[in-house]
Design a protein around this ligand. Structure first.
Ligand SMILES: C=C(O[C@@H]1C=C(C(=O)O)C=C[C@H]1O)C(=O)O
Length: 105
């Protein structure tokens, strides 16, 4: 362990392998969000087929609270983006478009 700018850094720490771990986690996060989109869409379609609304703000507020509790103020921003991604039609990103599945408004 070495000290650098008051941060303990393991001497056997390698940026390349740490980045591989981050890349794997990012792929998992994307996959989890895509699964969340599919489940959220099913709920929305079911509710709308019964004459209800697509969105339920009270439920979304509870979700925002959860992310704020876990991750702070930026967790709220993340949750807003996740809710936006999960709202509406799920489409596949065009190759090279640089974006993931988009939620239609
Ligand atoms: C999925 C639902 O429908 C909408 C989408 C939500 C979500 O993606 O978490 C939450 C509330 C609703 O606005 C739901 O009511 O649970």
């Amino acid at each position: 362990m070495e000290q650098y700018e008051n941060v303990a850094v393991q001497t056997d720490f390698h940026i390349d392998s740490a980045r591989e771990a981050i890349d794997a986690l990012d792929l998992q996060i994307i996959e989890i969000i895509q699964r969340r989109q599919a489940i959220s869409l099913q709920i929305q379609q079911k509710r709308m087929s019964e004459g209800g609304t697509r969105t339920v703000l009270s439920r979304e507020e509870r979700i925002l609270d959860r992310y704020a509790t876990g991750l702070g103020a930026r967790g709220t921003a993340l949750a807003l983006n996740i809710l936006s991604l999960c709202r509406g039609r799920v489409t596949t990103a065009e190759p090279g478009a640089g974006g993931g599945p988009q939620g239609a408004r």
